[in-house]
Structures are given as C-alpha cells and as structure tokens.
Ligand binder design. Structure first.
Ligand SMILES: Cc1cc2nc3c(=O)[nH]c(=O)nc-3n(C[C@H](O)[C@H](O)[C@H](O)COP(=O)(O)OP(=O)(O)OC[C@H]3O[C@@H](n4cnc5c(N)ncnc54)[C@H](O)[C@@H]3O)c2cc1C
Length: 464
C-alpha cells in the first residue's frame, strides 16, 4: 500500500473546505482516478481533488497555489500528451460537474466543465440542436474547446470556439470571472485556442445550431486506390458547399470488429462524411461520390447526429490504448505530399494506427486569425498521424512510424500543429502554432496567471 504524500495537517486545510472527494495514493479509488485515455501516460499525483462544485474548484486552486504544488486540470482526460495528470502534484478533476441546460428559444446550451461531447450531443439533440465539436463522443468539452475544436460541423458552423459565447473561469488567485465580448475581453480572446493556460473553466455557454438528422458515415476504398482518391478529395473539399464535410484517412479494419469479417485487417483509405443539407437531396449529392473507385464498404446514410458522433468510440477507439500523436496544419496537398502519404499510409504499423486529414476551411475561414488565439485559419486541413495499439510492447515502434511519417511531410506543411493533437514537443512548436498571436497570449498570461500556476498544458511562457 502506497502512503499519502501530502502532510496530514496540510491536507486538513483543504479537507475542511471541500464537498467532493479528495483522493490520495493508497486510497482504493486512486488508480482508477488517475487513469486517463492514453495508456502510454502513467502519472502519480499527490492528490486528485474531485470537485463537486465551483467552490471546490476555488478551494483546490487556492490549495495548490498556497502550497507551491504543481497543478493539472482534468476535463475529459482525453489529451494525447496526458496533460490532465501531473506527477507529484494536485489534479483538479472536473468529472462530477455534469450540468447541461439547453435554452431552446435562444438556441444556446450551458455546459459544466466535466461534460463529454456525447453528453452535450444527447442533451441538445432532444431539441434538434448541436454544437460543433470533435469526432469521438467520449472527448471532454474542456480540453477540446480550449484548444479550438474541429469536427463534422466545422465547415458549416466554424470551430467550437467560434460558438463559445462565454466561459466562467476560476483564475489563479481564486476569483471566479465570466469572460465574454464585453467583460474580460482579453481573457475571452486568449481562452479561445490558448488551452488551459488562463484558469479552470467551470462552465461554457455555447451557441447551438439546428442539426438533427445528418447523412453521414464512412465509405472505404482499397489502399491501392489511395492516390487517385486523395487527389479527388483534395480538389473536392477545397470549394465544396459548406453543408458537406469529409475527413480523409488511412486505416485498417480491426480484427474482431463488428464490420464484415472479410474486411478484417483490410488496409484501406476512408472518407467519413457529414452532410447537413436538405435530406431529400442527399442521394443525389452522394451519387458521384459512390462512382469513385471501387468502394469495399459504404456505411454512409441518414442517421441522428449523435449516432455519427458515437460511431468510432468503441469500434476503433475505446479508452486504454497506447497513443502517439504527431500533428501539422496543411494548406496544400501537392502531388509530392500525396506520394509520401501513400507510401507511409500503406504501411500502418498496427491495425489501429491511422492518419486523418480534417478540413478546417469553410466557415472556419470566416473568422480572422487575430480574432481568437487560434491562429491557423488560413489553411485547409488539420492533419494528425497517430500510432495506436493495445499492446504497450509496441510503443517504440508506433512512435518511430509516426515520427518518420511526420518528418517526411512536415517540410510540405504550413508549420505549427493543432495544440490538441500534440505531445509535449517543446516551446518552439508551441510558438510556431500560435504565430503572431503568441505575443498577445504572453501578455494575457502575465495579467491573469503571472506565476504560471496553470502550466500543465501547451504552456504559454515569456520569451527569454
Ligand atoms: C480519439 C480522439 C479523437 C479526437 N478527435 C478530435 C477531433 O475530432 N477534433 C478535435 O478538435 N480534437 C480531437 N481530439 C483531441 C482533443 O481535443 C484533445 O485530446 C483534448 O485535449 C481533449 O479534451 P479533454 O477535456 O478530454 O482533455 P483533458 O486531458 O482532460 O485536458 C486536456 C488539456 O485541457 C485542459 N483542460 C481540460 N478541461 C479544462 C477546463 N475545464 N479548464 C481549464 N483547462 C482544462 C487540461 O488542463 C489539459 O491541459 C481527439 C482526441 C482523441 C483521444
């Protein structure tokens, strides 16, 4: 049995003022509580403060600050680099904060900091509404939103941050403030893309949109047709109508999955669709797409939006796998880049490893790069190369494959990568990602978190 590591008297100072659970090494729930989505990361905090309400969040921020302890914030725990956990410090775990309230008339939704996107989709779908988010429903609202947030609805309604009306934030000094277009405007600007650098967001108010049934899902082709399809996709998505979205990927059908057995292990390329235009036009829109190459599986069709959001949760990506991520933003997909893609994408090291190109054009381009901290709005895709497997013994192999693939393509990229798809890759990568917005982020950081209490993230640091 591992002993608690924070002095009993020091613990008393938070225990007296805390409603939720204070979980320490040696407690029965400790190992479950420190488990995060990426099993490659294994951190041992001194304390996990599982907050029942905003007062608990304030108490935990004050406790970490006053005792000089490192502090991490756990939203959904999905972050690839494992930034929801910290060794030898305090974790503010927001997972009990599950309140969601939809305002039907205003088409807005207020969401507490511990929600996942699946929970939000469930709540808004009952009213025929949705907020743009990511493509896996178990992802946390907190981390995804603060990094930017792109997914099936982004070509039509923008990034998640473009739909953020106001967050409530517990600052490093323990104050709770609301940031929006007319109060704490600098904080509101920085939080939209600047990650968890500025405080703990206890609640988010989002604009939602009328989205109910979509025509979506994957169409899979053999890997031998990847070059032809990638070229078609590049040209199509550049100026496709905003109500059609598709990400392009390389993948293998996992053995044992509910997909047809004949395809298990099959190496292919995929476009996963979300069409939100008039449903009676959908078959017509998809007819030419179905003429491309020789699809081996076509799962595209009408479905409730939350079903599309949940589609890959268990099929491909349950929690507890090994993940190694490499990201870039991409403006143009040259023939040379397509050659590199087909070479590396044809040699996926494991059945779950993949490469995705997520479009961030359309409505994402309607907001200027300086309007929010998220800088790379002038590109076409956010690209991620991820080595994924069940077996920890494959970790080195996964990392090498992802690094080699990334290194071959990086010189053809726009520079910088989506913060939510990065491991801990050093300060140069972070600055390259925020470009001209970095200097302003440093100023806002100095104002709201001068001692860098919130540093377990893609950290905004003073330039030396
Ligand atoms: C399988 C998979 C698919 C994904 N697909 C997409 C996608 O389609 N689109 C996309 O945009 N992203 C996607 N992501 C990336 C995702 O956005 C990041 O992993 C994100 O960090 C997850 O948020 P979280 O709250 O679950 O993370 P956590 O690990 O809990 O936190 C991540 C970071 O955010 C901070 N943070 C979290 N919540 C708060 C809060 N309330 N206040 C202050 N700081 C906070 C944490 O301190 C940490 O630094 C995907 C990730 C996975 C694993």
């Amino acid at each position: 049995m591992v002993a608690p590591t924070i002095d009993k008297e020091v613990m008393q100072s938070i225990a007296a003022d805390f409603c939720g659970d204070l979980i320490e090494p040696g407690d029965k729930s400790y190992d479950d509580a420190r488990e995060i989505y990426n099993a490659m990361i294994d951190k041992h905090p001194h304390l996990i403060a599982r907050c029942a309400n905003v007062a608990d969040v304030i108490a935990a921020v004050n406790f970490a600050r006053d005792n000089g302890l490192d502090l991490a914030v756990h939203g959904g725990g999905h972050n690839g680099a494992g930034l929801a956990m910290v060794d030898d410090g305090v974790v503010i775990d927001l997972s009990p904060l599950k309140g969601i309230r939809v305002d039907q008339a205003a088409q807005t939704v207020r969401v507490q900091g511990g929600c996942t996107w699946g929970e939000v989709d469930h709540a808004t779908h009952a009213f025929g509404l949705a907020v743009p988010s990511g493509i896996i429903s178990t992802t946390g609202v907190g981390g995804l939103t603060l990094g930017g947030g792109h997914g099936y609805l982004s070509r039509k309604y923008g990034l998640t941050i473009d739909n953020l009306i106001e967050p409530d934030v517990v600052l490093a000094d323990g104050r709770l403030v609301t940031a929006n277009a007319s109060q704490h405007e600098d904080l509101f600007w920085a939080i939209r893309g600047g990650g968890g650098n500025f405080g703990v967001v206890t609640s988010f108010l989002f604009q939602a949109h009328p989205v109910h049934t979509v025509y979506g899902g994957p169409i899979i082709w053999p890997i031998s047709q990847a070059e032809e399809l990638m070229k078609w996709y590049r040209d199509f998505i550049a100026d496709a109508p905003e109500d059609i979205y598709a990400w392009f990927g390389f993948h293998r059908v996992p053995t044992g999955s509910p997909l047809p057995e004949a395809l298990h292990g099959h190496h292919g390329c995929v476009m996963t669709w979300c069409y939100t235009g008039p449903m009676d036009k959908a078959e017509e829109v998809f007819a030419p797409i179905r003429q491309l190459g020789d699809p081996v599986l076509d799962m595209a069709g009408p479905m409730p939006y939350p079903a599309l959001q949940r589609m890959f949760d268990q099929l491909y990506y349950p929690p507890g796998l090994q993940w190694y991520w490499k990201a870039d933003f991409v403006k143009e997909l040259s023939d040379e880049a397509i050659d590199i893609h087909t070479e590396h994408g044809s040699s996926l090291p494991t059945e779950l490893s993949t490469m995705h190109l997520y479009p961030i054009n359309g409505a994402v381009h309607d907001v200027a790069a300086s309007e929010t901290a998220f800088s790379f709005r002038d590109v076409t895709w956010s690209r991620v190369i991820v080595g994924v497997d069940k077996d920890a013994a494959n970790a080195t192999h996964l990392k090498q494959w992802a690094r080699d693939y990334w290194a071959a393509l990086h010189p053809l990229s726009a520079g910088g990568g989506y913060v939510n798809f990065m491991m801990e890759e050093g300060q140069d990568r972070i600055e390259a990602t925020y470009r001209d917005n970095y200097a302003r982020l440093v100023q806002v950081k100095a104002k709201y978190d001068p001692d860098n209490l919130f540093h377990v993230n893609q950290n905004i640091k003073h330039r030396t």
